[in-house]
Design a protein around this ligand. Structure first.
Ligand SMILES: Cc1cc2nc3c(=O)[nH]c(=O)nc-3n(C[C@H](O)[C@H](O)[C@H](O)COP(=O)(O)O)c2cc1C
Length: 193
């Protein structure tokens, strides 16, 4: 390859990386809104991400949806929904750290809380919602009177590292998350605001 062509390709590559970095904080605004809603989620394999997007869709797509690893600045948002997947009965370490650091700023703005979990593929009970949200996620967020929902999630073995895949073999592959349930929760949250 000619030196000039090689350099050109190199520069294009650098431009693409810069663009990718700039575009990292994805925004999902099918409809503009002055209500300033954000969903922030913690996930390992994407279930809590999908739930967050579908909750926003249930609100007419007005909430901006962030993976907590983006370390979003929530100052401009007035209404916040926090959600996470559960492993060993805990939210992701990144979400836990983010909430501990930002609790006083976030707490009064929290309007909705959700958890996605396997629950041994059994139905969600009021006791489980109390255990995972009322007694755990709500205090972690400093949230009061937020709408709360536990969704059954999914396990996709090929997304897990080999050691964890082996541990989870007994559970098999499943997908119990339902988009209509997530959308209905978004609608409910908006109705309460
Ligand atoms: C290693 C591991 C540990 C888990 N621990 C729990 C648990 O303690 N309680 C529970 O109800 N579900 C548990 N689950 C199920 C997850 O919560 C479920 O797969 C969820 O949908 C994962 O969400 P994510 O795709 O957003 O990471 C566990 C799953 C894995 C892979």
């Amino acid at each position: 390859m000619e030196r000039r062509a090689f350099l050109g390709l190199g520069l294009t590559g650098i431009g693409a990386v810069a663009l990718a970095k700039k575009g990292m904080a994805l925004e999902y605004y099918p409809n503009p809104s002055d209500k300033k809603w954000a969903v922030v989620y913690g996930t390992w394999c994407g279930t809590a991400r999908d739930a967050g997007l579908w909750i926003s869709e249930g609100m007419g797509g007005i909430a901006d949806v962030f993976d907590v690893r983006e370390n979003p600045d929530l100052a401009k948002f007035e209404n916040i929904i926090i959600g996470s997947a559960i492993r060993s009965a805990k939210v992701t370490p990144e979400l836990q750290a983010f909430l501990e650091k930002n609790q006083s700023a976030i707490g009064p703005k929290v309007r909705g809380l959700y958890i996605v979990c396997g629950n041994m593929r059994r139905p969600v009970t009021p006791e489980l919602t109390k255990q995972l949200i009322t007694d755990y996620l709500a205090p972690l967020c400093g949230a009061k009177d937020a709408a709360a929902r536990v969704f059954l999630g999914r396990v996709t073995p090929r997304l897990l590292p080999p050691d964890i895949r082996e541990q989870m073999k007994m559970m098999g592959e499943y997908d119990n998350l339902k988009r209509p349930d997530c959308m209905a929760f978004g609608e409910e949250i908006l109705g309460r605001a």
